[in-house]
Design a protein around this ligand. Sequence first.
Ligand code: PLP
Length: 370
Amino acid sequence: MRVPFLNLERLHADLDAELSEAFSKVLAKQAFIKGSEVDGFEREFATWTTSDFAIGTSNGLDALTLALRSLNVGPGDQVVMPANTFIATALAVSQLGAQPVLVDVCPDTALMNPVKLHDALGPSTKVVVPVHLYGQACGMTSISELARACGASIVEDNAQAQGASWDGKFTGSWGDLSATSFYPGKNLGALGDAGAVTTSQRHLAQKVRELGNYGSLEKYNHTSKGANMRLDELQAAFLRVKLPHLHRWNEMRQTVAARYGELLSDVAEITLPWTDPEATHVYHLYVVVTPKRDELASWLDACGVSTLVHYPKCIHEHKAYQELNHMAGGFPVSERLARQSLSLPMHPFLTSSEQEYVAESIKRFFGRQS
Ligand SMILES: *Cc1c(COP(=O)(O)O)cnc(C)c1O
């Protein structure tokens, strides 16, 4: 048996006709930028995330950059984020000439550790960026309190957790702004690059819209030196077909995760994902932890099971961030997770027999008969 990591073919199979129709509709109108599909998607996505405003963007990195720029982040400012995240979180900060300040994460959730956040906050902290990594919501109550107490804003990196919640409130609605990605493999994926910023503050929404549209809200009247970071009509039309299915897909991911939990509960050699009782988890990724990570990954590969590592290096371990001058051991939890985490195949349409095969293969690696 071969178990791919992700199966977009199955996800899109049922939507084939609708997606083609969406394409034809845009083609018939011959309007590809700033039209009714983008407007419609922005309204629908704002409602979906319980935010007042959503602004479509070209991708998740640009969404992060625009969110930070709308808060006037620039040279001399510090932006606090977890040490284990996708590089985009840090790049958005660097692009604006500000400094990423890393904090370690909690060992059981791999999410920003509020105690470490507290230590990292200071007079130069402009923004805190909690990353809802793997699909689990961060501890937003304490993160919000800490940020507010030092006068910092919050921009959520919600690229992996659309539909998750903390204390009953959706990710993407906690921060001053939130950035998300519709990279094809994300829980809500476009058929290409796309992203969005959400906020409930009108002036920030306007600022994001202006900055992402050449610094202009009105044609040929440029009020700031913006950029072109817009969502286009085709991707918006595709996203409108997929958005109504997102809650169901997230539930299917949760079912898949629960099934992994049952199948792997007696394998003491691996640590399964843990969800805080106040959080929900939408399992963008299903990440297990084992000191034998590399050996297990090769074994599974030989068995036909595709796995990935999210992420094999912390931010400060990349050559691109040598300038941060962090010594090895500075972020022990993040660094250990980079060596020991393994993401198992995860998508809404993973079958029980595929999961049983994955679990059996893992058990055979650890010398269990199943
Ligand atoms: C995917 C992702 C991004 C960037 O999104 P793109 O659309 O690929 O630019 C940012 N942060 C995190 C945590 C991500 O997973």
